[in-house]
Design a protein around this ligand. Structure first.
Ligand code: TPP
Ligand code: MG
Length: 440
């Protein structure tokens, strides 16, 4: 389904089912569309800033979403506050719309938390790195909602590549048989890292739903209005007890899979250029401008707001505290198990020993240290990421340098590695990371 063409022309639904979906956006006025456009601009800016931060060694990794703003903002804006979303690792736009502080998302990629936010506070689960696993979590959650009397819906975000996972097949099967109130929202961004969708399926992914006994719909994922309409329709089905729906949002990952990937190795520039013509922001901008809702001054205002947002994000990212080493055990289980307690005690003992080295151990001169023989240590303070004081100023964002394939020196990925023989300082006492405030 498409309601806004790539050139920004409003079209009407083509089939009866699409008309039913379109009815779900009958109340959407120009102010609503402008608000969604603003969301998309800010989310794109968030993505650019995070990519720049990674290139500057301030994040260990980043998974860019450029190109997928409409799929994410359109679907997330369809959710009610009580609904629950289960994301993969690329849903920064959904996180933003669910009210998750973007710096919490960055904290995960900076390696200073294992979680980042309270899922129940935002109706937004933690990121799932195990591809497809979140579809099972969503289905289980949705089945629980049904047993509790229903009323809210669940949405699971996953990719075209994830659709090949056994977990997704199991989630579809369970959701269908139990009529679970879940929307399976597949962002078909054309690639699973370097693997094109054609290598995942010989039929459109939406058609897979038929084999499980629930509807599957293909929607233009670069069209925010169509995405909003289809998602509202699918969520309404879920809330009405009509069971699951598969939405395939057809979109394109304009950037790399992650900052550790080089997409020029597996796709050509013509393909990227052809998708750039279908840019989700450009078509909405064109429509808003044609309707007289967006002029140059309004556009400049939104851009200034996005720049301010990015500068604040950068400032707060650089100020994120390193977590206390023992905090890694805090949220393994609700009630700490014996073996976790033992591991915590072991690490505490090791840290205490490092704090108090034997007086006979002479300190080797750094000049004679073999620089290329790292060893793992347990204290992140040994090779902490650059502090705010030593970091580049939070001025205008830099364009990401085209240097795929590795994270920069000083990246949090390097935490825990110090040259052999170099003394390891004990960490100063620190307050727990942001996740420690989670009541669960
Ligand atoms: C179970 C599992 N297998 C493999 C991986 C490695 N991996 C990470 S992302 C990815 C590709 C996923 O592609 P897709 O589902 O299309 O999502 P996208 O990254 O395009 O958003 C793979 C194979 C993983 N994280 N988990
Ligand atoms: Mg994909």
């Amino acid at each position: 389904m498409q309601l806004l063409t790539p050139s920004g022309r409003r079209v009407t639904a083509a089939t009866e089912r699409e008309s039913a979906m379109e009815a779900h956006v009958a109340d959407v006025d120009m102010a609503d569309l402008l608000a969604m456009y603003t969301d998309m601009v800010i989310v794109r800016r968030l993505d650019e800033e995070a990519t720049a931060l990674q290139r500057q060694g301030e994040l260990g990794l980043w998974a860019p979403l450029r190109g997928q703003e409409a799929a994410q903002v359109g679907s997330a804006r369809a959710l009610a506050p009580d609904d629950m979303a289960f994301p993969s690792y690329r849903e920064h736009g959904v996180a933003y719309c669910r009210g998750v502080d973007p710096v919490a998302v960055l904290s995960l990629f900076r390696g200073v938390t294992h979680g980042g936010w309270d899922p129940t506070e935002h109706g937004f689960a933690l990121y799932a790195i195990v591809v497809g696993s979140q579809t099972l979590h969503a289905t289980g959650y949705a089945m629980g909602v049904s047993r509790d009397g229903g009323g809210c819906a669940t949405i699971a975000y996953f990719g075209d590549g994830a659709s090949s996972q056994g977990d997704v097949s199991e989630a579809f099967g369970w959701a269908a048989v139990f009529g679970a109130p879940v929307v399976f929202f597949c962002q078909n961004n054309q690639y699973a890292i370097s693997e094109p969708t054609i290598r995942q399926s010989r039929v459109p992914l939406c058609q897979r739903a038929a084999g499980y006994g629930f509807p599957g719909v293909r929607v233009d994922g670069n069209d925010v209005l169509a995405t909003l309409a289809a998602t509202r329709w699918a969520l309404a089905r879920a809330r009405a007890g009509e069971g699951p729906t598969l939405l395939e949002a057809v979109t394109y990952r304009m950037g790399a899979h992650t900052t550790a990937d080089d997409p020029t190795r597996y796709r050509d520039s013509d393909e990227v250029a052809s998708w750039a013509e279908r840019d989700p922001l450009a078509r909405l901008r064109a429509y808003l401008a044609a309707q007289g809702t967006l002029d140059g001054a309004a556009e400049a205002g939104i851009a200034a707001r996005a720049d301010e947002f990015a500068a604040d994000l950068r400032r707060r990212c650089l100020a994120l505290p390193d977590p206390a080493p023992l905090s890694m055990f805090d949220h393994v289980h609700v009630d700490e198990s014996g073996h976790v307690a033992a591991e915590r005690a072991d690490l505490a003992e090791l840290l205490a020993a490092e704090d108090d080295p034997p007086p006979t151990a002479p300190e080797p001169s750094p000049a004679v240290l073999p620089a290329s023989s790292p060893r793992a240590v347990s204290s992140p303070s040994a090779a902490a990421p650059p502090s705010a004081a030593s970091s580049p100023p939070p001025a205008a964002p830099s364009s990401p340098a085209p240097s795929p394939g590795s994270s920069a020196p000083g990246s949090p990925l390097a935490v825990g590695l110090v040259p052999a023989g170099r003394p390891v300082a004990a960490p100063p006492p620190q307050s727990p990371g942001p996740e420690a405030s989670c009541p669960r």
